[in-house]
Write a protein that binds this ligand. Sequence first.
Ligand code: SIN
Ligand code: FE
Length: 297
Amino acid sequence: MNSPLVEIDFTGWEQAHSRPEWTAAVEDGKVLYFPHLAFMVQPEETPLLREDMLASGSRNVSLGADAVLKGAGGSAGDQQKLATMIGRFRQQALQLVDGLLPEYKGKLRVAPTSFRPRQVETRAQSVRADDQRMHVDAFPSRPTYGERILRVFTNVNPQGAPRVWRVGDSFETIARKYLPHAKPYSLWQAKVLNALHVTKSLRSEYDHLMLQLHDLMKQDDDYQKNGTQLTMPFPPGSVWVCYSDQATHAVMSGQFMMEQTLYLPRGGEVNHQASPLAILTRLVGRPLAGVGEGSAR
Ligand code: SIN
Ligand code: FE
């Protein structure tokens, strides 16, 4: 396996600049890793790094563009400080992406920023929901039609615990491995799921195949154990960026992370040919992501 990671030595958010080979690497499904780019947790924010800053029943705390905080526990004062901390990360993550990937300027849609105070290794989950299994991100309720999921992560663990990921094979490798086992797309089934509001819009054949890859990978115990993979402990004070719909990944352990998602419209890449949509289209041999496209069965 070629290294799935590219190290970049920025030591400050304002230092972010671009290089064509970094853009090409992230568009090729690599993880861009910034070992010396720290998000600075302020002394008055350290007490917020506790598990009960998450409201019971929530998976994550999130801060929207409207500055509204969702899913948070703690007192009103704690929540105000938490919103400030997450907001600062949001601004720095956007500054990083602006400098690092200027080709996307004006194209990206910014999702809410998330803070994840749960300990990964004690989370019990079904196979499909278990992110300790290698996967590419694909969400059952939210079809993307090829819109890309670019993510900026930082570890803010106060005790020095790394966020341990596994990263693995290229998207094309796993697409070739699992496509032959994928259930065929069914337009009528997609219509039923949409009518029942299981999906927020009609699931395209692309979204169906992405979910199939996600599920088939997670269900494959042999691949989970013996597939090509590199264990990567991301220490506190580091940042990493990847297209999580393309980079095969799993999170094994860690606690206290922040994450910023940015959506790039379909076809907005510098090299669209490297994208999951282009790879799947080539392998299947027909268009996959138009509304209602695909072989209706
Ligand atoms: C994931 O996208 O699989 C989760 C990443 C993480 O929590 O570190
Ligand atoms: Fe994931």
